[in-house]
Design a protein around this ligand. Structure first.
Ligand code: ADP
Length: 478
C-alpha cells in the first residue's frame, strides 16, 4: 500500500481532498508515497489553533519546553539512520550526508533545549534617580515557517526548534517535493508532549498553502528559506501587513584559490563545496576564482578529481554524487548548461546526463571556464555546475569574489596570514571559510548572509533569539 503523508493541524492528522505523488529522484518508478494537498481552509484552521495554543505554551516553564525539545532531539538522533534513508530516498542526497543531516536536526533540537533555559535579559540603572530598567525577551507569537527542499530535516529543525524554545507556536509548510521528511519530523514532535495547536504541519503548494500562511492574520512572524524570486515577493507581502520576516535566499559563493595555497586541499574544498549534495546547497562554491600562476594546475587537478566522482542512486554505497532532487531542478540545471555553452563558456568537464540503471535525474558534475559576466557566473544555478575563472592577483580575486548581488558565504584557500586576515575583513558575506569548503557550517553559531542573500536577523545559535523573540524594556520606580 502506498504510504500517505498528511498534515498535522490542531493535534490531529488531516487528509486532503486530493493526493500528489512524492517522487524518488533516484528511481522514478519507485515513488516514496503520496501526500495530501492541504488548502487555504486548512491553513486558517492551523493558524487559529496556533493562536489559541500559543498563550499557554508561552506560560510553560523553560524546563518544560527544554524537556520536550530534548526528547524530540533524542528520538531524531536515535533514529538517524532510518530518517537518513527516508531523506536520501525523497531528496536524493546520498546516504552518509542524509544521515549526517538527520543527526544535525537532532543536535539542533538539543541545542535549543538548552537555549530555552538561557533566555537572556538585562538589568540596567536608569538615567533617572530611583528607577530600574529591565530588558526581557518575549515570544513573537505565531510563527509561519516556509522551508525549502534541499535540507528537508535540518532547515525545518533550525526554524521549529528556536520557535518552540522561546515560546512561540508554529505553522510549518515544507517544500512540495519533501513532504515525507516533514511528516516524519511532525510525527516525532506530535508524541513529545507539545500541546495540541502549538505545532502544525500543513503540506501543500507554495501558491496555495504558502500564500495562505503569509495572508493569515494570526501569523506574527515569517521565517522563509528558498529562492530569491519567492523571497522578494514575500518581502513585499510582509511589508504590506507589517509582518516580522526573515529570509534566507540564494548564493553565488566564491572560493578564491591563491597561488600560495595547498593545491590538493584547495581541490578538495572545491570538489566538496561545488558538487557534494549535488551542488544543491545555498552555500555551494559555484565560482572558483584562481590566481593565475596555479590556474592550469588547479584546473587539471579538478578535471582529474571530477572524473573519479561516481554519479549514482542516493542509497548506493559507492555514490559520490546523488541525483538532482526534482524534475524542475533537473530542467533548470540542464538549461543553464546550455546557456553556458551558448554564451561561449568553455566546458572543462561534465555537462551530460548519466544513465545509472534506474530512471532518475542524474547529471554529471560540470565545470565551465567562464567570464565573470557570463550568466552562469552571475545567476544561481543550484545544481552540480560550477564556474572557474583566473585572477591576476589577490586584489583582483577579492574584487571578483565581491562582484555579485549575493553575499551568503565566501572562501579562500591560502597559506598567507595577510591574505587570510584581509579576506576575513573584506569579503562582503555573512560567513567566511578559510581553507575549508564554503558549504558546511556548525549548528550553534549564526547562519546568514548579506546583500541579496538574506534579509532580517540571522538564524541559528543564540542569534536566533533576535527573530524568535521581541524585546520589552520595563521601567520601575521604587
Ligand atoms: P525553489 O525554486 O528552490 O523550489 P521556492 O522559493 O519556489 O524555491 O520554494 C521555497 C518554499 O517557498 C517552498 O516551500 C515553496 O512551496 C514556497 N513558496 C513558493 N511560492 C510561494 C508563494 N507564492 N508564497 C509562499 N510560499 C511559496
Amino acid at each position: 500500500m502506498t504510504q500517505k503523508y498528511e498534515s498535522y493541524i490542531a493535534g490531529r492528522w488531516v487528509g486532503g481532498k486530493s493526493f500528489s505523488p512524492d517522487e524518488n529522484p533516484s528511481d522514478l518508478d519507485n515513488p516514496v508515497g503520496e501526500f495530501a494537498d492541504a488548502d487555504a481552509a486548512d491553513v486558517a484552521e492551523a493558524a487559529a489553533a496556533a493562536k489559541v495554543a500559543q498563550r499557554a505554551w508561552a506560560a510553560t516553564t523553560p524546563q518544560q519546553r527544554a524537556d520536550i525539545l530534548d526528547r524530540i532531539g533524542s528520538e531524531i538522533l536515535a533514529r538517524k539512520e532510518e530518517l537518513g534513508r527516508l531523506l536520501a530516498m525523497e531528496e536524493g542526497k546520498r546516504l552518509p550526508e542524509s544521515m549526517g543531516e538527520a543527526a544535525r536536526a537532532g543536535q539542533i533540537f538539543k541545542f535549543f533545549a538548552g537555549e530555552a533555559l538561557r533566555i537572556p535579559g538585562e538589568r540596567l540603572a536608569s538615567t533617572r534617580p530611583g528607577v530600574d530598567i529591565e530588558i526581557t525577551r518575549e515570544p513573537v507569537g505565531v510563527v509561519g515557517i516556509i522551508a525549502p527542499w534541499n535540507f528537508p530535516l535540518a532547515i525545518p529543525a533550525w526554524k521549529i526548534a528556536p520557535a518552540l524554545a522561546y515560546g512561540n507556536s508554529v505553522v510549518f509548510k515544507p517544500a512540495e517535493s519533501v513532504p515525507a521528511c516533514a511528516w516524519a519530523l511532525a510525527e516525532i514532535i506530535s508524541r513529545a508532549g507539545v500541546p495540541d495547536g502549538v505545532f502544525n504541519l500543513v503540506i501543500g503548494t507554495g501558491g496555495v498553502v504558502g500564500k495562505a500562511i503569509v495572508d493569515a492574520p494570526e501569523i506574527d512572524a515569517l521565517s522563509f528559506t528558498g529562492s530569491v524570486a519567492t523571497g522578494n515577493r514575500l518581502l513585499q507581502d510582509a511589508a504590506a501587513r507589517g509582518l516580522k520576516i526573515q529570509l534566507e535566499m540564494g548564493g553565488k559563493n566564491p572560493l578564491v584559490v591563491m597561488a600560495d595555497a595547498d593545491l590538493d586541499q584547495a581541490v578538495r574544498c572545491a570538489i566538496d563545496g561545488a558538487f557534494f549534495s549535488t551542488g544543491q546547497r545555498c552555500t555551494a562554491s559555484s565560482r572558483l576564482i584562481v590566481e593565475r600562476p596555479v590556474y592550469d594546475a588547479f584546473v587539471e587537478r579538478m578535471q582529474k578529481a571530477m572524473q573519479a566522482l561516481k554519479v549514482g542512486p542516493a542509497l548506493a554505497g559507492d555514490t559520490d554524487i546523488g541525483p538532482v532532487a526534482s524534475a524542475r531542478q533537473f530542467e533548470q540545471d540542464r538549461s543553464y548548461i546550455q546557456i553556458g555553452r551558448d554564451e561561449g563558456a568553455r566546458l572543462l568537464w561534465g555537462g551530460e546526463t548519466v544513465d545509472v540503471g534506474p530512471r532518475g535525474y542524474y547529471l554529471q558534475p560540470t565545470l565551465f571556464e567562464a567570464r565573470p559576466d557570463h550568466r552562469i557566473s552571475v545567476e544561481e544555478i543550484f545544481g552540480p555546475v560550477a564556474c572557474v575563472m583566473p585572477a591576476d592577483d589577490y586584489e583582483h580575486a577579492l574584487s571578483l569574489a565581491n562582484d555579485t548581488r549575493y553575499g551568503l558565504c565566501g572562501g579562500i584557500c591560502t597559506t598567507s596570514l595577510r591574505h587570510t586576515t584581509h579576506f576575513k575583513r573584506h569579503a562582503q558575506v555573512g560567513m567566511v571559510m578559510v581553507n575549508l569548503p564554503t558549504a558546511g557550517v556548525d549548528p550553534h553559531v549564526a547562519f546568514g548572509g548579506r546583500k541579496g542573500s538574506s534579509y532580517g536577523p540571522r538564524e541559528q545559535g543564540r542569534y536566533a533569539a533576535e527573530f524568535y523573540t521581541t524585546v520589552k524594556t520595563a521601567y520601575t520606580a521604587a
